[in-house]
Design a protein around this ligand. Structure first.
Ligand code: ADP
Ligand code: MG
Length: 621
């Protein structure tokens, strides 16, 4: 085309497209889900803008927030159109090719090992899945701020953009035309498409219409020329009908006759009732699971670990559904401090507002998925105003509380967790088998978030500490909790003992443990780097203090020989003090904490432990 401008795909995007094109992945249907999801996002965006500026919607059909799907059997084109926000020329260039998102290379990497293409949406590159079924794709788009443009690519490393001077004007929104590959012609089948759209649009809150054929009976004068009947789709007139006509012409008795006529009309394919508005008792586990999958763009076959669907009443009213995913996302702790606080979607009176609303949850709960729909928040204000709304504090507080309750319940209902405790009311039920081992699963995926929570959230520190799991010198490789630790404390033991280090193996050999283990004291082994920070914040639990056994101040039962020992080593201690005490060494003492080793370096009460020194060093390098 004369006015086309050519662009190269960014290198990672190009690699991604190659992978998709050459993929032997059999579930090619997923492209449709990705396109519907993008259309829905675009509709959400324009609806959000329209809250503060009605004009943006335009008039007539343009104001209808919907999607339309059309099949062109002759040209082998499947097209999906939305009346969403659309894309300017700049948007087309950036969003569809030149700017790689953070997920692009992560996804490419994943696909090269054992990746599942099904996860493409989670990595923010779902659009490119169109090349599973198409070898040529056109994206026609009209944004309020620009003219209509066409993006097109045969996935050969480049794409072209032209100002659109030949297609019908869209008004506003985007139409994606897939020129289907020979082996993907099945997507021109109406029935197949209906079935797929129904499956993939279950939780889409905008109507999706298909330009669908319909057989109708029509009375026509018997002697009329039939060729005008099927005006709309002459190609669909079957040869049988023509035979019928011949027969009728033979018997000229009847004046009218019935013929089957194929017409086309927009058929609504989905039901847009929001699941979170329904009564939780009437929503099945399977429906929640599917809802989770669509919300999290997590299309593995795993169920979420748990969920909580509730209505908050009172001054601030809202409905919410929270999910604990079955697995942590690939980058949960990689860029923790840069990532967004919450992955909840915020709706106000059924209108989607944002999925990047940091005011809903604290960062440590950013692994949760779900949504909040509030009737109390105002609809027609800017996002900035909304972020400052006083109700948000209450919503956040309630969400945290509910989230922590939900997590605690995983443990409470897990027979593995309660086996050595006399927890009441947990009977062997049908689903107790499903719940077995669930807390371990949770802990392995998200345990670090709980630790970060203890560090960040002073208000809920105790609740979070209850959720903590760890190994000890006596736990035999199993995880245990603080409550269980306390229930096993020796009589006379006042503090909760712990030690930090780089690995469990290293800790088990530590001279600091020698005597404690020998005397049968239980010591928590903390080997995750975050534990060192954790223990600066977790100073006590249920009236018990935490004592680092490598630090000054360790008290284990009095020993009658202590005094005599001190006396007999007085001279040696004095000599050592003279030789060692400097900026780095505060004191030299006789100790009863060792049994095999002759001496040990202990950290002063307020000093950094050796492990912390190591962590700090590695961070400044
Ligand atoms: P994601 O949806 O996770 O952002 P995609 O690869 O599916 O990733 O889409 C890339 C981007 O292209 C979107 O973020 C959006 O900006 C733009 N886009 C895709 N489809 C549409 C559409 N129908 N309308 C407007 N923008 C779209
Ligand atoms: Mg998408």
């Amino acid at each position: 085309r004369a006015n086309a401008e050519r662009f190269e795909f960014q290198a990672e995007v190009s690699r991604l497209m190659d992978i998709i094109i050459n993929s032997l992945y059999s579930n090619k249907d997923i492209f449709l889900r990705e396109l519907i999801s993008n259309a829905s996002d675009a509709l959400d965006k324009i609806r959000f803008l329209s809250l503060t500026d009605k004009e943006v919607l335009g008039e007539g059909d343009d104001a209808k927030l919907e999607m339309q799907i059309k099949l062109d059997k002759e040209k082998k084109i499947l097209s999906i159109r939305d009346r969403g926000i659309g894309m300017t020329k700049e948007d087309l260039i950036k969003n569809l090719g030149t700017i790689a998102k953070s997920g692009t290379s992560a996804f490419v990497e994943k696909m090269q090992t054992s990746g599942d293409l099904n996860l493409i949406g989670q990595f923010g590159v779902g659009f490119y899945s169109v090349y599973l079924v198409a070898d040529y794709v056109e994206v026609i788009s009209k944004h309020n701020d620009d003219k209509q443009h066409v993006w097109e690519s045969k996935a050969d490393g480049a794409f072209a953009i032209s100002e659109d001077e030949w297609n019908e004007p869209l008004g506003r929104g985007t139409e994606i035309r897939l020129h289907l590959r020979d082996e993907a012609q099945e997507y021109l089948d109406e029935y197949k498409l209906k079935e797929l759209v129904k499956r993939y649009s279950e939780f889409i809150n905008f109507p999706i219409h298909l330009w669908a054929s319909k057989e109708v009976d029509e009375e026509v004068p018997a002697d009329e020329d039939e060729s005008s009947v099927d005006e709309e789709t002459p190609e669909n007139k079957s040869s049988e009908e023509e035979e019928d006509t011949d027969k009728d012409e033979d018997e000229k008795k009847s004046k009218t006759k019935t013929v089957k006529k194929t017409t086309y009309e927009w058929e609504l394919l989905n039901d847009v009732k929001a699941i979170w508005l329904r009564n939780p008792k009437k929503v099945t586990d399977e429906e929640y699971t599917k809802f989770y999958h669509s919300l999290a763009k997590d299309f593995g076959d795993e169920r979420p670990l748990t969920w909580s669907h509730f209505t908050a009443e009172g001054d601030v009213e809202f409905k919410a559904v929270l999910f604990v995913p079955p697995k942590a996302p690939h980058d949960l702790y990689e860029s923790y401090y840069k990532s967004k606080n919450s992955n909840l979607k915020l709706y106000v009176r059924r209108v989607f507002i944002s999925d990047e609303f940091d005011e809903l949850l604290p960062k440590y709960l950013n692994f949760l998925r779900g949504l909040v729909d509030s009737d109390t928040l105002p609809l027609n204000v800017s996002r900035e105003m909304l972020q400052q709304h006083s109700s948000l504090k209450t919503i956040k507080k309630k969400l945290i509380r509910k989230a922590l309750d939900m997590i605690r319940k995983i443990a409470d209902e897990d027979p593995d967790e309660s086996s050595d405790k006399d927890k009441k009311g947990i009977e062997e039920s049908n689903d107790s088998r499903d719940k077995k081992g669930q807390y371990m699963k949770f802990w392995n995926e998200f345990g670090r978030s709980i630790k970060l929570g203890i560090i960040e959230d002073a208000t809920n520190r105790n609740r979070l500490a209850k959720l903590l799991r760890f190994e000890t010198n006596k736990s035999d490789g199993k995880l245990t909790s603080l409550d269980q630790y306390i229930s096993r404390m020796k009589s006379g033991q006042k503090d909760i003992f712990y030690i930090t280090g780089t690995s469990k193996e290293q800790l088990e050999k530590s001279p600091f443990l020698e005597r404690l283990t020998k005397k049968n004291y239980e010591v928590i082994l903390f080997a995750d780097p975050v534990d060192e920070y954790l223990m600066q914040y977790l100073t006590d639990y249920e009236d018990k203090k935490f004592q680092n056994v490598s630090k000054e101040g360790l008290k284990i039962g009095k020993d009658s020989k202590d005094k005599a020992l001190k006396e007999s080593f007085k001279e040696l201690t004095k000599w050592w003090k003279g030789a060692l005490v400097s900026e780095n060494v505060d004191d030299v003492k006789i100790s009863n904490r060792l049994s095999g080793s002759p001496c040990v370096v202990v950290t002063s009460k307020y000093g950094w432990s050796a492990n912390m020194e190591r962590i700090m060093q590695s961070q400044t390098l």
